[in-house]
Ligand binder design. Structure first.
Ligand SMILES: *[C@@H]1O[C@H](CO)[C@@H](O)[C@H](O)[C@H]1NC(C)=O
Ligand SMILES: *[C@@H]1O[C@H](CO)[C@@H](O)[C@H](O)[C@H]1NC(C)=O
Length: 383
């Protein structure tokens, strides 16, 4: 009963946000209805009329419902995302002992993605320290070797289990609370951290993030269903100022705070920072879902995108295996991506080719160390 009510509420909310979506009018069966339902139709018309009249009285006109500015996207602004003059005069040079980029490896199948991410950071002349969080019990020596081939320094972390034994958490998010370990980097003198999910790729330098005066910033999430452009942020790219005190506080609250468990740490962080999370432009987390939702917006976002997030299609994972249980070998990676070009009707071909282009460069540039990695054991230390 509750689920049915939720579904109806969801549909209604989706329709209100996106009036162009297909829907069944409430009065579609009016022609073959009995007089009783006609009475309801009449009542509804009276109510609509009354609300229109109220609008006219209050605002002097009939209110027009526009789609949101992103679903109604037009390229209007002429300014770039970042004001370079301001940055040049106001931000100190980046100190790599105080600023770090962190990513995480929880399963072997993401190792090649992290090697590619590291090389993409090299290409963008990124100078912040690079730290790779990994779960030692879940990662083989070979995967760790590949993931650190292009500049990430490995750091074994302790898994933070999901609260309530993981009840209600999506399977592929079970390890995600471990991400909260980022806040402990304050102990080592880090003052600013950019966290990047392993399925991101850097296209341009984003050092300006380290000059933000805020404690926490992230990019609003985008959904391909009725939720569309959301105010809640995506936890795949974060800027934060680490603090051990905050870390301890978070651990105490993941159990007791009330939030939707499905999306794990993303949901928790959205609640923890609530109205105080600074919303960054999509250029910092150019989520493929934007392209699916509004291609015109994507075309503009991509002109300045610093970080692309491969949410809907993951070039480095085996076809039809978005859970990442199967490792794609280095020599099979290019054909693996080729097989994915037609996903979503070929919509992401350009982005997949961007990724494979940087992967090929990675493989060429780091051929020696990758060859050494191939000789390392691919079995887990615990097995
Ligand atoms: C960089 O940061 C470290 C640690 O805070 C500090 O000791 C060092 O002096 C800084 N270097 C520069 C050039 O500011
Ligand atoms: C990175 O630095 C090199 C050498 O200084 C320069 O030629 C190149 O244009 C820079 N790349 C980017 C993306 O800024």
């Amino acid at each position: 009963m509750w689920e049915v009510a939720q579904r109806i509420r969801g549909r209604l909310a989706g329709w209100l946000r996106n009036p162009h979506q297909d829907y069944t009018p409430l009065w579609s069966d009016a022609s073959n209805s009995r007089p009783l339902s006609r009475k309801y139709v009449l009542l509804a018309l009276v109510l609509i009329g009354a609300s229109a009249l109220t609008n006219v009285i209050l605002y002097g006109k009939l209110a027009k419902r526009w789609p949101g500015p992103l679903d109604n996207y037009q390229p209007l602004t002429i300014q770039p995302v970042v004001n370079d003059d301001f940055l040049r005069t106001r931000s100190p040079p980046l100190n790599s002992s105080e600023n770090a980029i962190v990513t995480s490896l929880y399963t072997d199948s993401y190792a090649t993605a992290i090697a590619t991410l590291g090389h993409s950071l090299n290409r963008a002349n990124s100078t912040a320290s690079r730290i790779l969080f990994y779960l030692p019990e879940k990662i083989s020596p070979r995967a760790l070797c590949i993931a650190t081939a292009t500049g990430f320094i490995p750091r074994a972390i302790t898994r933070i289990p999901p609260p309530h034994g993981g009840k209600g958490v999506y399977d592929h998010f079970m390890d995600q609370y471990s991400k909260l370990n980022i806040w402990t980097l304050a102990d080592e003198g880090y003052k600013g951290v950019v966290y990047l999910d392993a399925d991101t790729l850097v296209l341009r330098n984003f050092d300006e993030l380290f000059a933000l005066p805020y404690n926490f910033a992230a990019v609003p999430d985008v959904y391909v269903d009725g939720m569309g452009f959301s105010l809640g942020f995506n936890a795949g790219v974060l800027f934060l100022r680490p603090s051990t005190e905050v870390f301890t506080d978070m651990l105490a609250k993941i159990d007791t705070a009330s939030y939707n468990m499905h999306e794990a740490e993303q949901s928790f962080l959205n609640h923890y920072y609530g109205a105080e999370a600074v919303r960054l432009p999509y250029a910092y987390n150019a989520n493929l879902a934007i392209k699916k939702r509004k291609p015109e917006l994507w075309a503009d976002v991509k002109r300045e995108a610093r970080i692309v997030h491969y949410t809907l299609v993951k070039p480095f994972l085996k076809e039809w295996d978005n859970s990442g249980k199967t490792v794609v070998e280095i020599r099979r990676m290019e054909s693996n991506v080729q097989n994915k070009l037609s996903a979503f009707g070929g919509m992401f071909k350009e982005e997949l080719l961007d990724w494979v282009g940087i992967w090929k460069e990675t493989r060429r540039t780091y051929a020696d160390v990758l060859t050494v990695c191939s000789g390392a054991s691919a079995t887990l230390p615990s097995s």
